[in-house]
Design a protein around this ligand. Sequence first.
Ligand code: NDP
Length: 483
Amino acid sequence: MSDHVSTLLAEQKPETRREPRTGGGPPRRPMSEYVQSLMAEVKAKNPSEPEFHQAVEEVADSLSLVLERHPEYRHAKILERIIEPERVVLFRVPWVDDQGEVRINRGFRIEMNSAIGPYKGGLRFHPSVNLGILKFLAFEQVFKNSLTTLPMGGGKGGSDFDPKGKSDGEVMRFCQSFMSELYRHIGPNTDVPAGDIGVGGREIGFLFGMYKKLRNEFTGVLTGKGLNWGGSLIRPEATGYGCVYFAAEMLATRGQTLEGKTCLVSGSGNVAQYTAEKLLDLGAKPVTFSDSTGYVYDPAGIDREKLAWVMSLKNLRRGRIEEYAQKFSGVEYFAFDPKVDHNPLWSHPADCAFPSATQNEINGKDAEHLLAGGVYVVAEGANMPSTLEAVERFVEAGILYGPGKAANAGGVATSGLEMAQNSMRFSWTRDEVDNRLRLIMKSIHEACVGTAERFGTPGNYVNGANIAGFLKVADAMMDQGVV
Ligand code: NDP
């Protein structure tokens, strides 16, 4: 390990839970007048929602380029309308735990924009869930879904329920109670939820079962379903695989491949696991995994056998990543310390980084550590894992930086393919879905590159993704009038 990394790691204190940190690094460049006045309004109207402000600011910054060229969008207040959810549903979710005690959680569904199709976006079950976090995710989803080329609007939902440490029975009773309200607001042509943090195959099964019972109909109202009851092959793998395909496309612009590249991966859930699997398929070497309590660094590389062990640990035994360091030799485990102003996972030398855990897990300081460690490809599996400061560092450094709304769009794209298969009552083969996923990631990449160039910022995937995603939704909204 380098001295640089050792010093950073020495600052860590063990056994504490980590929350995402913002800030760090030098100050950001000033905002344009338009973005400044828009942001003042957004902050006044949506107080205490910092993640939502952050997501809006990043998009608005890119869109000032479009709004200058197309005053008609500004005149029709398209962006101002996109920022306001079409509908927000907030509800009580009471359930009974294994000790017979009544518990109460809060449920949400944000129906953000339906200009190009039914609302579509995941459900997140995590104690940090609140209105602002779900609004940022729903807002991002509008642009992401538009980029996939499929007809899907944007939405997001979830609860502050924490599935960690709960029995299967408790998770089932919670999901049933959650769906006993949500079913009124969703449907295959209205709003089609899927999984996200804390919502995997088990939870989708319980949610679907309750929906079917209440509605007395079997429809494709949720995606991420089991294979023998309407699910699509490759859906569980899609976000991670798609993110790696996107990284491969970015590298191809420089005549390079992932073969032999050392990769930092954060998280150890659905997205992280299948990112690692595809990296191995393409000859790269993942060396880290994390969860909310700490991370492991395995300089020899996480091979297929170790990955299979992690999948069993996380998906079946539901254990902590720390156990990886006890199971395999030559591995170091580092507990996260909320008092430390950076995440040492990002300080290890590498070529590529795949943040796949949660929002704001890379701040300005982390971005500088990544660049200092040699990273020149960042493909975001997670949603908004980089703070605005970090994004600015990456863009200024001219590295291959693929923002989440483009790089992780493979998940929702394959959900779109699941919806298509459900409508046709037909299933495509694994290869067929994988090929479609690859083509979609390629076309998203092309759209980002082409749009960034067209708007005078070649190589800037942030502008490319935000503008390309916006234009399709904006044109549909112009056609549909003020609704
Ligand atoms: P999972 O619940 O399967 O895994 C989440 C992983 O991130 C876990 O390892 C979890 O650790 C870790 N994590 C969660 N919160 C924190 C936190 N506050 N600090 C540190 N680590 C944390 O979720 P997914 O893999 O599905 O989702 C990961 C990211 O990818 C999210 O940002 C999600 O929005 C995004 N995404 C997911 C898609 C999908 O198809 N699933 C599609 C597109 C984006 P622990 O278990 O300890 O909480």
